[in-house]
Write a protein that binds this ligand. Structure first.
Ligand SMILES: [Zn+2]
Length: 197
């Protein structure tokens, strides 16, 4: 055993041991101590800690601000929706209440019914019947129960269908209008600015 160790130790450890480790270790240890590196090392992590802390605080503030802005935006959006909805509902209520008759309060009861509606023909030949009092527009396919809008059936708040609208227009003293006739530009402009329904 010793015979094997000795030659191997002599052959391998001898040359490796001789130059490096034991004398250099103490000098390496002493070097940082001499430079007071330990003091700097203590200061550096604390600075980093502060930086990290500040960055996290800044991040938290930014996130909080972002959240507040998002909340404000959502509140604004909600209010806008409520306003839009209420003006839409107001329009529907007006159309539901409208008798689509000329004269209003001053109308004589015995007077023949003169409806405030007229047929309008668009350039693409599509026809609508519109009431100029409530801005209701009846379209082909509308029934007393439902209106056909964008391929969908929605409840008809006026309880008057396309046929009723045509009858009202026929009874009315109003002349039909058309998008192609310059004299009716005003009524066309009104329609563009008016409600969808
Ligand atoms: Zn009306």
């Amino acid at each position: 055993m010793s015979d094997y160790k000795n030659p191997s130790a002599d052959g391998q450890t001898g040359p490796f041991k001789a130059p490096v480790p034991e004398p250099k270790v103490p000098t390496l240890e002493s070097m940082p101590k001499a430079e007071t590196g330990s003091g700097q090392q203590k200061a550096e992590p604390s600075k980093t800690d502060i930086l990290v802390h500040l960055l996290m605080e800044r991040e938290a503030r930014a996130a909080k601000k972002e959240q507040a802005e998002e909340n404000a935006r959502l509140a604004k959006e909600k209010q806008r929706d409520i306003n839009a909805k209420s003006s839409y509902e107001d329009a529907l209520a007006k159309q539901a209440k409208c008798r689509h008759l000329k004269g209003g309060k001053n109308r004589i009861r015995t007077q023949a019914k003169d409806h405030s509606v007229y047929v309008h023909r668009f350039i693409n030949n599509e026809q609508i019947v519109r009431c100029f009092l409530c801005n209701m527009k009846w379209k082909q396919g509308d029934t007393r129960d439902t209106l056909l809008r964008g391929g969908k059936r929605i409840p008809n708040h006026t309880k008057l269908g396309w046929d009723d609208a045509l009858t009202m227009a026929a009874e009315s003293s109003n002349q039909p209008s058309s998008s192609e006739i310059p004299l009716n530009v005003v009524s066309s402009a009104e329609q563009v600015a008016g409600q969808e329904i």
